[in-house]
Design a binder for this molecule. Structure first.
Ligand code: MTE
Ligand code: MO
Length: 389
């Protein structure tokens, strides 16, 4: 059997024009920029600022800031799927383009192909791992977060090179008419009035992009959550908030419901042990705050409990970083650092109740952290210990 390799010219189509590619490319570029910047915000929120740039520490306001940037991150990443598919469809015949036989032309061609390969591979990787993450599906062994973060820099670097190389073509394509054949590749047939027009292709791409966003990222927007067909986590869960890890799965149910539970609070002046009844007897504060999960969902509750700064004041100065430890013994989220500005914030609570009821074990009973403008993974459940650092 002979395998016939297609030739670039044989795949030419009226729709595969730089006039189309550049326009889809602009939308895709916007999505990538939004995803990159909001991804940086998420990275900073989770890792803290680099030592050389402490001014990059994220503030505690607006309280819904992280919720919004996380929503934008998932929305722009999801929107990139149809855009990326259409854009690749308009250019894939170039895979079969004739290769220069020798000399400088061959080197230039090779380098250009290589940069495109890196860009496409990194983009597909980012979109695929991001989508899998929002589906809570981790079919790999590497750390999602550090890999997704590292490859983002590769993708953005390759994108900058790509745009720089193509800038003259992009400019010409965007300033020209969509239906102009001026920039089309050799062999492109004329427009067929009975077939899909370029305008219609762009319009359907736009619709598909909008639909992808509404059907997935909408799970985060209260009124839209009913149509969030692609969103994996529904708005449902005990007390109206989805559960990320149940108490049973975290192997913490027995410890969390043990009547011998005592919260340990430790500071410069020593240590106090508090039962849940002791905690409920301290001044209570209420705060309406969202849980905004890095996996792309969020839900708001009315939490009430004791301010972390009031607890720290029992054992020393109410200022400074606080290390929060969970009763949970194994897993990646068992301890977190509350940087001073969060620990001191009047809205940062050791929450005991949610929407007027005691927390259920799956939401962190007997007590959990809830703080403004923070990723869900840092809102530690089943808190056993607060320690000034
Ligand atoms: N101890 C502990 N705290 C935790 C987690 C966990 O697995 N263990 N998951 C975190 C994540 S990823 C999120 S999004 C929120 C979810 O809180 P919820 O299950 O009450 O909605 O809790 C956070 N706190
Ligand atoms: Mo999460």
């Amino acid at each position: 059997m002979r395998i016939r390799v297609p030739r670039e010219g044989n795949l030419a189509s009226w729709l595969r024009s730089p006039a189309v590619t550049a326009r889809v490319g602009v939308w895709l570029g916007v999505c990538f920029a939004v995803a990159f910047l909001t991804g940086l915000v998420s990275h900073l929120a989770q890792s803290g600022p680099p030592a050389a740039a402490p001014w990059l520490a994220l503030p505690t306001r607006p309280v819904r800031g992280y919720q919004v940037t996380q929503w934008l991150h998932v929305a722009s990443g999801t929107a990139a799927v149809p855009l990326l598919l259409v854009k690749l469809w308009t250019v894939y015949p170039k895979l079969f383009a004739a290769v220069p036989t020798a000399g400088r032309a061959l080197v230039a061609h090779g380098l250009e192909r290589l940069s495109i390969l890196v860009l496409v591979a990194a983009s597909v990787f980012q979109v695929a791992t991001g989508l899998a993450n929002t589906s809570r599906w981790y079919p790999w062994d590497f750390s999602f977060r550090s890999t997704h973060y590292a490859v983002a820099w590769v993708a953005v670097g390759a994108l900058v090179v790509h745009v720089a190389v193509k800038l003259p073509l992009i400019r010409a394509a965007l300033s020209g008419d969509l239906d102009s054949p001026a920039l089309d590749r050799p062999g492109t047939p004329e427009a067929d009035p009975s077939a899909l027009s370029r305008r219609a292709l762009l319009r359907s791409t736009g619709l598909a992009t909008g639909a992808a966003v509404v059907l997935s990222a909408a799970s985060t927007v209260p009124l839209l959550s009913r149509v969030a067909a692609l969103g994996v986590v529904s708005g449902e869960g005990p007390q109206g908030i989805p559960v990320n890890t149940t108490a049973r799965k975290a192997e913490v149910l027995a410890a969390a419901t043990d009547p011998a539970y005592r919260l340990v609070v430790r500071g410069a002046r020593g240590e106090v042990l508090l039962t849940r009844a002791d905690l409920l007897a301290l001044p209570q504060t209420a705060a309406v705050l969202p849980i905004a999960c890095v996996e792309g969902w969020s839900a708001t509750g009315r939490w009430s409990g004791v301010r972390v700064r009031d607890l720290m004041a029992l054992v020393g100065p109410a200022s400074g970083d606080v290390v929060v430890s969970s009763l949970q013994e194994h897993g990646p989220f068992t301890t977190t650092l509350l940087p001073a500005r969060f620990a001191e914030d009047p809205l940062t609570l050791l929450a005991l109740r949610l929407d007027g009821e005691d927390l259920v074990p799956d939401h962190g009973y007997p007590a959990r952290i809830i703080a403004p403008n923070r990723p869900g993974v840092l809102q530690t459940k089943w808190v056993g210990r607060l320690e000034a650092r």
